[in-house]
Each structure stands twice: as structure tokens, then as C-alpha cells.
Design a protein around this ligand. Structure first.
Ligand code: ZN
Length: 107
């Protein structure tokens, strides 16, 4: 009884298409929600952080901290020591949460 199964009847086709479109719409909504949430979190994290570069002398115990600058990397030579004129290098780069006005999302 093959003709009892209405595979290609017009009514069923639109029914399937409606469900398909609904599914695609739901997936799109979920994806855009996830994406915007992730993007917002990244922005908040970047805005809430200060990056510090620690400079250290190779010869003595002189240490200096300054704001991170583009091009900084650990073990990079950055001039000379203020105390003994020895070579100064970057020993550490780290981020600290910025103090300031309260931020949303608890960061
Ligand atoms: Zn020194």
C-alpha cells in the first residue's frame, strides 16, 4: 500500500519546511546569544585589566615596574640599571585587575 504514505503531497512539504525554518531560527538565536555573551565578557575582561611589566637588573637586585608597552616580552633587554648600570631585562609580565569604578558582571 505505497500510495497510503503521502510523501510528496503539497501539505506535508510546507509542514516540514515550517519546522525546518523554525529549527534554523532557534539555532540562530542560540548562537547569537552565546556569541554576544562571549564577546561582552572578553571586552569587560580587557577593560578591567592592567598589564604590568617588571624590569630587573642582571647584576644587582634592582627592580622596576612600569605599564606594559607594545613589543614587551620576557627576557628582553630594555636599557641599563639605574643603580649599577648593568643590563636591565624584563623578568615578568602580568595582569592585575584595575581599581576604579565598579564594573558590571562581577568582574
Ligand atoms: Zn643593577
Amino acid at each position: 500500500m505505497l500510495n497510503q504514505i503521502p510523501i510528496s503531497s503539497n501539505g506535508d512539504y510546507t509542514y516540514l519546511l515550517t519546522w525546518y525554518l523554525l529549527l534554523v531560527l532557534i539555532v540562530l538565536i542560540i548562537f547569537s546569544t552565546l556569541l554576544s555573551a562571549t564577546r561582552r565578557r572578553v571586552l569587560v575582561t580587557l577593560r578591567g585589566m592592567r598589564t604590568i611589566t617588571v624590569l630587573q637588573c642582571e647584576k644587582c637586585d634592582y627592580k622596576e615596574e612600569r605599564e606594559f608597552q607594545v613589543g614587551d616580552y620576557v627576557l628582553k633587554r630594555v636599557g641599563e640599571c639605574a643603580k649599577c648600570k648593568g643590563p636591565l631585562y624584563i623578568s615578568m609580565i602580568y595582569g592585575v585587575p584595575e581599581k576604579g569604578p565598579p564594573r558590571p558582571y562581577g568582574y
